[in-house]
Design a protein around this ligand. Structure first.
Ligand code: GDP
Ligand code: MG
Length: 439
């Protein structure tokens, strides 16, 4: 993939004490090929390479002690720039509700993303209204209603006999009367862009005057996604793009070309089928992800959203006072599990994408189930005082949890290690942690 190719180019470069102009040129030739192979738009690649070269061949690299690193840094910054530089936030109407229109081809992920966006807004205490304005695709209304039920967000629908324009108009009225501060309109898509579709979308646009027109595109379709974005933008004046299916086997081309080709920023990225898999798009994080530098920042953000801050603070206190028990251990594992599939979390950590067999991490999800069974088979006292866990107690726990003594031993060892690590960690962090704890 793109990342491993770039890593190869850079590791060659990093190994050198001195970097000549020819080295940089050679590296750039390889970067250029890697980008083209990743289905990045040809003109975008050309401009990109020219910019990087201009900076890299200049003084700053040659004089540096770590020229290879400087080149990586330049590429990283230019990649970030290419994707829009800074994070592009969702618009907000001066007077609520903020109206968001979701558009895109059939199957791009509009309906799913509408649900995810509503979920994201709920998390920051908004009251979104979902609007079922796709009356053509069989079961499209039902699909949105199911998503709405799942996240307990209201779904405005009028069946499939009322025109989408009328539905959108009524929905807006409904939102005003019911205190919904965001209105997310899920519109119909076609397999290809056609006049009738554009006409309908334009009419909805005229009627509700949306604050955001988000084009949902399937990142897996590479350059096609970019072409679709271009045509939609010419007709509808998009305000942003949502890239979906970034969890799949995409080559990265769409993410890198969309902004440069259309001038439209990517506002969100969807990384899975689950309702929680939508994230604000951060160009700098995407760049470091592409370069294989991991994505610590987005992991931390995700952790902060998922992990209950009060519980985390309580946990911290317990660690400091060495009150940490098996119950806490279990709870922590559950919190980690809530972050998402383990393989997805690990993929975000630096270097992890190089680890073979990452896909096999699913096995460890099962392991979590075993841990849970073992802890549940302990008595209250055992959970609080692991040091009393002698052989006969361990045997009883193994039998009670349907595991083996080896499993129980392993868990107790993990727990001990964790306790030790926490002791070190808390003494290192000082009495209140670097910033007074999580959040
Ligand atoms: P629409 O026709 O544009 O409304 O597309 P849908 O929302 O119905 O989605 C089409 C298919 O893509 C569904 O099976 C979704 O589950 C799937 N999908 C949407 N977003 C993602 C994503 O980010 N990752 C993956 N893997 N699948 C997605
Ligand atoms: Mg749909």
């Amino acid at each position: 993939g793109l990342t491993s190719r770039l890593q190869d180019v850079f590791s060659k470069l990093r190994g050198k004490g001195k970097v000549s102009e020819e080295d940089v040129n050679e590296a750039m030739r390889e970067v250029r090929l890697a980008l083209l192979e990743a289905d990045v738009n040809f003109k975008v690649v050309k401009d990109f390479i020219a910019k990087v070269k201009e900076r890299a061949v200049g003084q700053e690299v040659m004089k540096s002690f770590t020229p290879g690193m400087v080149v990586v840094d330049i590429v990283n910054k230019e990649l970030t720039e290419l994707m829009g530089g800074t994070q592009s936030k969702l618009a907000k109407a001066a007077k609520p509700p903020t109206v968001i229109m979701m558009v895109g081809l059939q199957g791009a992920g509009k309906t799913t993303t509408s649900g995810k966006l509503a979920r994201l807004l709920q998390k920051s205490n908004h009251k979104p209204l979902l609007v079922a304005a796709d009356i053509y695709r069989p079961a499209a209304i039902k699909q949105l209603q199911v998503l709405g039920e799942q996240i307990k967000a209201p779904v405005f629908a009028m069946g499939d006999q009322v025109s989408p324009v009328e539905i959108a108009r009524s929905a807006l009225q409904h939102a005003k009367e019911n205190g919904n501060d965001y209105v997310i309109i899920d519109t119909a898509g076609r397999l290809h862009i056609d006049e009738a579709l554009m006409e309908e979308l334009k009419q909805i646009h005229e009627t509700v005057k949306p604050d955001e027109v988000l084009l949902v595109v399937d990142a897996m379709t590479g350059q096609d996604a970019v072409n679709v974005a271009k045509s939609f933008h010419e007709q509808l004046e998009l305000t942003g793009v949502v890239l979906t299916k970034l969890d799949g086997d995409t080559r990265g081309g769409a993410a890198l070309s969309v902004k440069a080709v259309t001038g439209c920023p990517i506002k969100f990225a969807a990384l899975g089928e689950k309702i929680d898999s939508l994230e604000p798009f951060h160009p700098e994080r995407m760049a470091s992800r592409i370069l294989g530098m991991g994505d610590m920042l987005s992991l931390i953000e995700k952790a902060q959203q998922t992990i209950d801050a009060d519980k985390a603070a309580e946990m911290e206190r317990k660690m400091r006072n060495a009150e940490f028990t098996f119950d806490d251990f279990l709870e922590q594992m559950e919190q980690v599990r809530k972050l998402g599939p383990l393989d997805q979390i690990l993929e975000m950590l630096p270097g992890m994408n190089k680890v073979k067999g990452l896909k096999d991490m699913k096995v460890d999800e099962r392991q979590l189930g075993r841990v849970e069974a073992i802890v549940r088979s302990m008595t209250k006292e055992e959970k609080r005082k692991p040091e009393i866990l002698n052989y006969s107690r361990r045997r009883r726990i193994a039998a009670g949890s349907g595991t083996s003594i080896a499993d129980v031993n392993r868990l107790i060892k993990q727990f001990d290690d964790m306790r030790k690590m926490m002791k070190q960690f808390s003494s290192m962090m000082g009495p209140k942690g670097p910033k007074g704890g999580l959040k």
